[in-house]
Ligand binder design. Structure first.
Ligand code: SF4
Ligand code: SF4
Length: 90
């Protein structure tokens, strides 16, 4: 799992409403590879082995768009609401 230092070049105005939705959590249980857990550069998706479910830490999202195409149709990705989300700085 990556630490906060991983995000040192981005600033995120966190929206309290998630902009990432899982359409059917059961499909995550039967998803063998779970590509979202390693494709996301910001560690948003984490397979919770105790609860057998996918944790989605949308507050960490840097809006790169990589998760939706890697998933077999179970992620619904939107932009955060206006005024929220990521901004990049040097
Ligand atoms: S890739 Fe999609 S279906 Fe598979 S675990 Fe991730 S969100 Fe669920
Ligand atoms: S848009 Fe990018 S950073 Fe956000 S959850 Fe998807 S893969 Fe991760």
């Amino acid at each position: 799992m990556c630490g906060e230092d991983y995000l040192r070049f981005v600033k995120i105005a966190v929206d309290e409403i998630s902009h990432i939705h899982i359409r059917d959590s059961y499909r995550c249980n039967i998803c063998d590879v779970k590509p979202c857990t390693y494709v996301c550069p910001s560690g948003v998706f984490f397979w919770n082995t105790e609860q057998e479910l996918l944790d989605v830490m949308w507050r960490r999202c840097v809006e790169c768009g990589a998760c939706e195409p890697c998933c077999p149709g179970n992620i619904e990705l939107h932009h955060p609401r206006g005024g929220f989300g990521v901004s990049y700085h040097a």
